[in-house]
Design a protein around this ligand. Structure first.
Ligand code: SF4
Length: 311
């Protein structure tokens, strides 16, 4: 199936997925947390999978069956979308439909000018930045042996400096691998150079390729968020909850659950939510007892974050 969905996505609204890699996963990485399973086809060679016309026809047919158009057409295949040698032509053709195009890439092939040219046509691109440290990059992303850390970083910086669309980064956090404060500081400084619209922090929410992979806890996610925002980044968490920063809706419980899924709530903001919604001061403690939020401390300050440990 070339197209699927639309699926609701906090980043992209309603997104029609495009799987431009047929069959088993084909990737340049074998991330320890990969939720598509083990990498059986490990390659750096860009290949021909579907023709751009096949992709266009599949998407056009799919759209014809929908009542409402999606917000994005998103390349999110079984593997790395830029391994598709026809990506540029496929994006060019799909743009004729008039729906913005998004691509979620691991960024490993951005050293290739043709890959950068293809992605430059997309309206929204998310690049993976899990580790600004060669040893940790190798440990978490398990890149193809011919990929070098230098070429990955150079490609990332070259692409980001020229890209005119909406750029996002995604950092998948794995307990004990890339969640240390010093590593996160280094990540944050690399991401700040790239200057994305949003630096997302995510956790594995489906079974990972390696059973040893564990999610960090809420305190570690809060620390990552504080370090990223401290570096001047606009950051959001992707914890497997939809959530949105909708402000004050009159329902304090909903506001707390929504906001704490996107970013940790600081003490002053929590006070404001309770006050503006006329809610009881004991509501945060009640939500902690229900196991839906957790209180975490960072640099002597209190924050509340969605409880994802039990999921
Ligand atoms: S880059 Fe994506 S598809 Fe490839 S191994 Fe990593 S998580 Fe899986």
């Amino acid at each position: 199936m070339i197209s699927f969905g639309p699926v609701p996505s906090r980043r992209l609204g309603k997104s029609l997925g495009i799987n431009n890699i047929p069959g088993d996963k084909i990737c340049t990485y074998a991330c320890i947390y990969c939720q598509v399973g083990a990498t059986r086809h490990y390659t750096l060679d860009r290949q021909s999978f579907y023709s751009p016309e096949q992709i266009f026809a599949a998407v056009e047919k799919h759209l014809g069956k929908l009542q409402q158009m999606p917000d994005y057409l998103t390349f999110v295949p079984n593997g790395e979308p830029t391994l598709d040698i026809h990506l540029e032509e496929s994006i060019s053709l799909l743009k004729k439909i008039g729906i913005p195009i998004a691509v979620i890439t691991n960024a490993s092939l951005l050293g290739d000018a043709q890959v950068r040219d293809a992605l430059s046509l997309a309206d929204w691109v998310s690049v993976k930045v899990d580790a600004n440290d060669e040893a940790v990059w190798k440990k978490i992303n398990r890149p193809h042996p011919k990929l070098t850390f230098e070429s990955y970083k150079e490609g990332l910086l070259t692409f980001a400096s020229a890209y005119r669309g909406l750029l996002a980064t995604e950092t998948m956090m794995v307990d004990g691998v890339n969640d240390g404060a010093e590593l996160l500081q280094r990540n944050a400084s690399l991401i700040a150079t790239i200057n994305p619209a949003t630096a997302y922090i995510s956790i594995p929410t489906r079974p990972p390729a390696m059973r040893s992979v564990k999610k960090p806890d809420e305190a570690a996610i809060n620390r990552a968020y504080q370090i990223y925002t401290g570096a001047g980044l606009h950051s959001e968490m992707l914890l497997g909850f939809e959530g949105s920063d909708t402000g004050f809706t009159g329902d304090a419980r909903e506001d707390i659950l929504n906001m704490s899924a996107v970013h940790p709530i600081r003490e002053e903001t929590m006070g404001e939510i309770l006050r503006k919604n006329g809610a009881e001061s004991g509501l945060p403690d009640q939500l902690i007892r229900e196991n839906v939020i957790r209180e975490v401390i960072y640099q002597d300050k209190k924050f509340w974050i969605r409880n994802f440990s039990g999921k």
